[in-house]
Ligand binder design. Structure first.
Ligand SMILES: [Zn+2]
Ligand SMILES: [Zn+2]
Length: 268
């Protein structure tokens, strides 16, 4: 199974990085995590490669903040002729019924027609704990984030912890996976962090600091750590320093551009 980074920014897309969207491909199975602006890369050559031979796509949502769902508006263009199942946390996880949330997001006047007009889409609620998606075991846990975000673990291959502070429960949940994709929002040691306008700092506390992320990855004994959901207030040089900081706590840390393919099975 291969992971392709279609979007690795949080909040605001930048010239280099779209907002959150990660694709896992295994034969004719394509599982996409989150529908940020990165979903538009399915129209680019990288995405056309991913879609080759795929008749049914599984899209798994962590939560409904717009940086994770604005790509839903692109679905008719991106998936024309393919079946789609949208998997989202059940109301018992975050207090929001998936069908209702999606119908609220995709409707006039924000979209030409209602969600129910789109053909070939099934919505499925994912419960906390074990779920089956495309023949894989997908485990869900509720994370602490405004509105609640879902953390996911797919078999022993992949875990996603985005839109969360470093959470000790992630250590058990993601233990031993080949690749942990963890959000990384800022670096306490970097002088550039202190130049951020004070009005923006409260939102930082809903997210993760790099030193804590690296320490968590080390305790979680993952194969590799992928830094993602990067903060658009900073740039590539800042991210590079963040990666170097992370590697001091966990050597097998990856910082990659969008449209990078990572083989989950092979070692770092
Ligand atoms: Zn986000
Ligand atoms: Zn969020």
């Amino acid at each position: 199974m291969r992971l392709t980074t279609l979007g690795t920014a949080g909040w605001v897309p930048t010239a280099r990085r779209e907002t959150t969207c990660l694709a896992l491909k295994d034969g004719v199975t394509l599982i996409v995590f989150d529908a940020g602006t990165g979903l538009r890369r399915l129209l680019a050559p990288v995405g056309q490669n991913l879609l080759a031979g795929v008749e049914a796509v599984d899209l798994v949502l962590t939560h409904y903040h717009l940086d994770h769902v604005c790509g839903l508006a692109y679905l008719p263009a991106v998936l024309a002729g393919r079946r789609l199942t949208v998997h989202a946390p059940a109301a018992a996880v975050n207090g929001t019924d998936p069908e209702r949330a999606l119908s609220e997001l995709i409707r006039p006047p924000y979209n030409p027609g209602p969600w129910s007009d789109w053909p070939d889409i099934t919505v499925r609620a994912l419960e906390a704990g074990d779920n089956e998606v495309a023949g894989h075991l997908l485990r869900l846990r509720a994370q602490k984030h405004p509105g609640t975000s879902a953390g996911y673990r797919l078999d022993d291959l992949f875990a996603l912890a985005t839109d969360t502070g470093p959470d000790p429960e992630t250590e058990t949940f993601a233990h031993d996976v080949a690749v942990l994709a963890h959000e990384c929002w800022y670096n306490d040691d970097d002088p550039a962090t202190r130049r951020v306008h004070g009005s923006l700092l409260p939102s930082f506390r809903a997210h993760s600091e790099v030193g804590e992320v690296a320490a968590l990855a080390a305790r979680t004994a993952v194969g590799r750590l992928l830094l993602m959901h990067l903060n658009p207030l900073f740039g590539e040089e800042y991210y590079g320093r963040m990666r170097d900081r992370a590697r001091r706590g966990f050597a097998d840390t990856l910082l990659v551009p969008d449209e990078t393919e990572i083989d989950l099975a092979s070692p770092a």
